[in-house]
Structures are given as C-alpha cells and as structure tokens.
Write a protein that binds this ligand. Structure first.
Ligand code: DCP
Ligand code: MG
Length: 659
C-alpha cells in the first residue's frame, strides 16, 4: 500500500520526486508500477503551468522540512525533557477520554461512480473503465486501477497509462439516486448516521448490536448485503471499530467488497495503530506526511507518541494534540451536534493582473457581494481574511481582526484594501474575502439558516464558497511567521471525507495581523479532526441544495468556467460535487493551464477528445445487470492485514472477516 513518497530526487529520474495527487495509491492499486506511473504523469504534465506550480510547492515543502530540521537540531536535551513532561501529562488526559463502549461502522461504496455505470451497462464489467473524460476522471474501476489510473487524474494521462481505457461520462443525478438507496439502508441501522460524501457514511451501531445481540462484524455483513440488494448489485466495504477515525481506516483494509473489524479493547487498538503508516489517517496528507517523516522521522502512528516531545516543541498544541491522539488510536465516538457555520466568503478568479486600480475594483465588488450575503443571512463577524492567488498560482492569505463585529461592505473593503495594499505590487489571478468569528448571539441562532444564498448565480463573476476551502497551502509560507514559529496544520473537509483527505490536507501557516498594525501573534490553532471535519463536510453538503450555477473563473476571450447546476463544468462536462473543493480548484487550474499553454504554443491537441469511440454515451447505459451476491468474493482479493502494515500485526484476534 501507500507508504508515502520520498522527497529524494535522482537527477536522472526527476519523476521520482514528482508526487501529485495522481500518483497517490488508492485501494486496488497495490501492484501498480509506481515509478512507471510517476514517469508518465511527469512526462505528460512537464512544462505546464500546473507542473511548474507543483514543482514550486515541492521546493517550498523541502525548504520547510529543512527549516524544521534546523529547529529540531537546536532543541536542547532539557527542552526535550520539558516537552516530554507535557506529553506524559497529555497522554494521561487523553487516555482518560478513551471510550471503548461504542461500535462505529464506516461504510464506503466500491468504485462508486464506476460501479453504478457498470450496473447500468454490464458490458463494461471486467474492462478497464473510468468515469469522466479526457480532461479529468472522477473515478476508475479496479481493473483500470491496476494500470495506475485513479480519481482526479486527467483522462489523457489515464489513457496513456491504460490505452484500452473506456471512458463513461459522468451522470451525477444517477449517483445521487443510488446514494439515496444506500442511505435508506443505513437509516435502518442508525437513523442519525453521518453522511460523508455520496458514497460513504459513519454509523453508530452500538444500539443495534445490543438490541439484536449481533456483533459489529455481523451487522456489517448484513448491512453490506442489504446495500447490495437494495441497489441491485453495488458492493461496499466496511470498517468496524471503537471510533470513527479507526473505523475509517478499517473500511479501506479489505476493499473492494470486504470488511475489517477492530475489536474494542485497548491493547488491540494499540497494536493496530502501532505500525499504521501515518498517511492512512484521515487528515494526514502529502504535506503533513512529508514534514513528519522527513523532518522528524515519524512514519507510523506509534512514532507520534514516541516522538511526542518533538511534536509539542515544533507544532501548535492543538496540532500536537491531534497527532498524539492519533498515536493513541483515539477518535471521535459521539454523534456530532448540529453544525454551525464558521465563516462566509466570496471569491473571484480572473485573468492575472497587477493593475492596482483593477484589483481594487474587484476587491470592492467582492466586498459588496460578501456584505450582501452576510446581511441576507443575518451574520456579523470580526475576522477578515484576504486570499490571493498570484499569477504563478501561489496562494497567500492575510487576516485581520476587527475591533467590532460588522457586515458592512465599507468596513470590509476598508480593511481588505489595506491588506491588499501590503501585498502590492503583485500580479493576481484570484481574490477571495472571508469573514469569520461570528458574533455569538447570531452564531447561536439558527445554524442551518441562511445557507440558501451561499452560492449565487453570476454569469460573469465567481462567487465561490470558501468555507470548505479556508485553509491555505504551503504557498502561504511567505506569510509572516507567528512569534514562536510553531506550525499549525489545518485539516480541511472534503467531499469524500477522511479518505480523500489523504490527498487534500493543506498546510496552513498564516499570520493574524491585529488591528492593521501587523502585530504578529500566534495563530489560533485550527486543527480540525473527526467531528469538525464531518461538521464542515456536512455543512458543505447541505449548503449545496440551493446551488445552481457557480462561476469560478473568468478568462478573457474564453468562456468562463461555470459549474452548471452546481456540479457540471461547462467547458468539458466533468461533474464534480461542490464539496470536492480541491478537485474543483485543480480542475479550474487545469483549464487555466490549458489555456495558458495554448496561448504560449498554439492550440493543443492533447486534450481533444479524438477517440470518441471509447467514450460511451449515457443512452447506452441502461440495461439491467445480473445480480451478484455481495460477499461472493475471492479471499485472495482481500488485502491481508500483514501486507497492509509495515510490521506484522501482533494481534492474533484482528477480526478480519473471511468470506
Ligand atoms: N470522486 C470524484 N473525484 C475525486 C474522488 C472521488 O468525483 N477526486 C467521486 C467518484 C467516486 C466517488 O466520489 O466514485 C467516491 O469516492 P471514493 O474515494 O470513495 O472512490 P471510489 O468509491 O470510486 O473507490 P473506492 O472503492 O476506493 O472507494
Ligand atoms: Mg468509495
């Protein structure tokens, strides 16, 4: 499985260090020749703006790792021993919160979009197939994954990896229909289940296990079988454990069409977690993994505890707490309460410009839009964040805490202008404004209220919700550092929840300037884990109902990129749910890069859908599929637990379900 990537680079094989989201392993990609995939992805994207941006991010990450190493080297023995005392105390406190009384089940559909398409058109069965098009694919079936083809990869690269790959256009309403069918089943086991993306959910099955005298594994078997019959043939995988964090990890172990049960006792949990690669944890993505591994030598969850003093010395307490909890196998066990909105935002993408007058006028429009949305939702807030994407795709963010709560466009613009001014001169392609830290009375009114206007249709402007995009990546390293230079890692939500978070965790290091005086202070910890992630995710999901069309880019002489009906790209037809924030951003960057390349070198043919014969029309996809038993699955397809972990699992009673 994915052991993470090395940052080392051999000059003769530059692709070895080119690790994009496309080269991350997903279930079903165990035997893939990773170097070949990396080489092809590297060669096919080399020279593009996207590629340059990836390289720049990689360079910044290396710089960050180096910096972290230096700080590590400066820590004295007495510093470390002091931090160790903090760790020991925190371990005791965290242990006191351990709850082994609940049984959580995480369920995730197998190759969801692809499986739904195969259900509609059984002739696809057994053939490598991807859902999406030449510009981007949403997912690939397990046959295609053997070639290294995976979600979020441009289709033209996927085709290079697998020349026989069949493309099927995305049919989002169809997936929603099947998702609803699965949720009908979930409700029978936990009426308050927590939906992740369309294809996954967390269920507290404690009560149902008790009432029916069945084990978690038995309920999981039954639920999977029920999903299979209710949907007419879709399979899913499940994980059962004491908390959601562990259940999520478990559901991936025997994918596809499998399950894994982790017994609810401390020693089993500790054995399980001890050798678990950190990247398996929802919330720990590429950047975090590299920093922990390359700078601190933390590879497994157990290392988080063993090197706890370094974590507390170098990260904010909240980040270090998160890492330590992971190292102890602790996760959320309660059902999250009603979500509450954390921020509201607007942003616009446009052709890069350094023209101050133009930038100011765009800023004024965004401030106006934001203020309008806030007023409609009855919100007042006092932290303003300015987000900028420069011409070279660098993301910067600046924040200011205002002295009073406001929703007035004049206030917002006044402070935003000052923040922007401090960045000039610079060529910018995106400006975003976000207001957070709402006044308590308003925040505590009706949290579900006011989501309707979150996405506003605007033909020629972008008004993109930043709620789910409110962390800033490594590029933000140009920001002022906080006083003690501790790092705060932000765990952002994503439509596919924890699993996908592996790909989307962003690195956040932003400064908060108080009252415009650029007085540095340590940023408030912003680690989101478990419930927070879910809450954020749920927020984004429920907010999408009112969404119609969202414009995310404006390129002169080019049709703007619009998310038609909230999910379909008008430029290429790819359909991405609104909360696939990262993928959407990548997708929009992709079109932008495409355009920039075209400008530089004339029209490119690489992404022209030449091979229509392999792209199946939706009209063909209608015949009924033959039902198969969900659990008819060769044991050999299961990923044995001993290969899943880097060292053998000592736990003989690991609960692996054999079918
Ligand atoms: N999806 C997407 N873009 C992504 C990732 C996922 O559009 N970058 C969509 C297509 C997937 C669905 O979400 O079918 C669920 O995502 P998963 O990560 O659960 O992937 P799959 O269900 O396809 O495969 P797996 O068997 O690994 O769960
Ligand atoms: Mg899935």
């Amino acid at each position: 499985m994915d052991e993470g990537e090395s940052s080392t680079n051999s000059p003769s094989r530059p692709w070895e260090s080119y690790n994009t989201v496309f080269t991350n392993a997903k279930a079903g990609m165990e035997g893939v020749d990773k170097e070949k995939v990396q080489r092809i992805v590297y060669e096919m994207s080399k020279g593009s703006k996207y590629f340059q941006n990836e390289e720049r991010k990689e360079a910044l990450m290396k710089q960050k790792i180096e910096h972290m190493r230096e700080r590590c080297a400066k820590l004295s023995a007495s510093d470390l021993s002091n931090y160790q005392k903090v760790v020991d105390r925190r371990i005791l406190e965290l242990e006191a919160t351990r709850d082994l009384s609940r049984v959580w089940l995480h369920v995730d559909m197998d190759a969801f979009y692809a499986a739904v398409e195969t259900l509609s058109n059984p002739s696809l069965k057994g053939k490598p197939m991807a859902v999406g098009g030449l510009s981007m694919i949403s997912t690939a079936n397990y046959e295609a994954r053997k070639f290294g083809v995976r979600a979020a990869m441009p289709g033209f690269i996927a085709r290079k990896l697998c020349p026989d790959l069949i493309f099927v256009p995305v049919d989002f309403p169809k997936y929603t229909h099947y998702s609803d069918l699965t949720r009908k089943v979930f409700r029978n086991y936990d009426p308050n289940f927590i939906a992740g993306s369309l294809d996954e959910a967390y269920l507290d099955i404690t009560e149902v296990c008790r009432e029916r005298g069945l084990s978690g594994g038995e309920i999981a078997e039954e639920l999977r079988s029920s999903v299979h019959s209710e949907t007419g043939g879709l399979t899913c995988s499940a994980g059962v454990a004491a908390n959601r964090l562990l259940a999520k990890v478990c559901s991936d172990i025997n994918k596809p069409n499998g399950q894994f049960v982790l017994q609810n006792d401390r020693s089993t949990v500790m054995t399980f977690i001890s050798s678990l690669p950190i990247r398996k944890i929802g919330g720990i993505g590429k950047v975090t993994e590299h920093i922990l591994k390359d700078a601190l030598g933390i590879k497994t969850c157990e290392d988080m505890v063993l090197k706890g003093s370094l974590l507390y010395a170098l990260f904010t307490q909240s980040s270090a707490d998160f890492f330590l909890a992971v190292g102890l196998g602790l996760g959320k066990t309660d059902t999250p309460e009603v979500r509450s909105r954390k921020s509201i935002s607007s942003e616009r993408t446009f052709a890069a410009t350094g023209d101050e007058r133009l930038l100011n006028s765009k800023l004024a429009e965004i401030a106006e839009m934001l203020s309008h949305d806030m007023k409609k939702e009855g919100l007042m807030a006092r932290t303003l964040t300015l987000k900028l994407k420069t011409a070279s795709f660098e993301i910067r963010s600046r924040a200011v805490s205002l002295q009073r709560y406001t929703c007035s466009s004049e206030d917002i613009l006044k402070h935003a202008t000052k923040l922007l001014k401090a960045e000039l001169p610079v060529s910018i392609r995106l400006i975003g404004l976000r207001m957070s830290q709402f006044s308590e009375e308003i925040r505590h009114s009706d949290p579900s209220q006011g989501t309707i206007t979150k996405f506003i249709v605007q033909k020629d402007s972008s008004r993109q919700n930043l709620d789910d995009n409110d962390s800033f990546d490594l590029d933000a390293s140009k920001n002022c550092l906080s006083n003690n230079e501790r790092l705060s890692l932000s765990y952002t939500s994503h439509d596919t929840s924890y699993d996908q978070l592996k790909d989307v965790v962003e690195y956040e290091e932003q400064s908060v300037t108080q009252n415009q005086e650029c007085k540095k202070e340590e940023k408030r910890p912003q680690v989101l884990e478990g419930d927070d992630l879910l809450r954020k995710h749920k927020e984004s999901k429920s907010d999408t109902s009112a969404e119609k069309t969202e414009a995310v880019s404006i390129f002169p002489q080019m049709e703007p990129l619009l998310w038609v009906d909230g999910y379909k790209c008008n430029l290429c037809g790819i359909e991405l749910p609104p909360s696939f924030v990262e993928e959407r951003q990548e997708h929009s960057d992709f079109h932008l890069a495409q355009r920039l390349q075209n400008e530089e070198s004339g029209p490119s043919s690489s992404t022209t859908p030449t091979s229509k014969r392999r792209i199946l029309g939706k009209e063909k996809a209608n015949s009924k599929t033959k039902k198969q038993k969900p659990n008819q699955k060769d044991d050999s397809k299961h990923i044995p637990i001993h290969t899943f972990f880097t060292k053998s699992n000592q736990n003989s009673n690991d609960g692996t379900q054999k079918k």
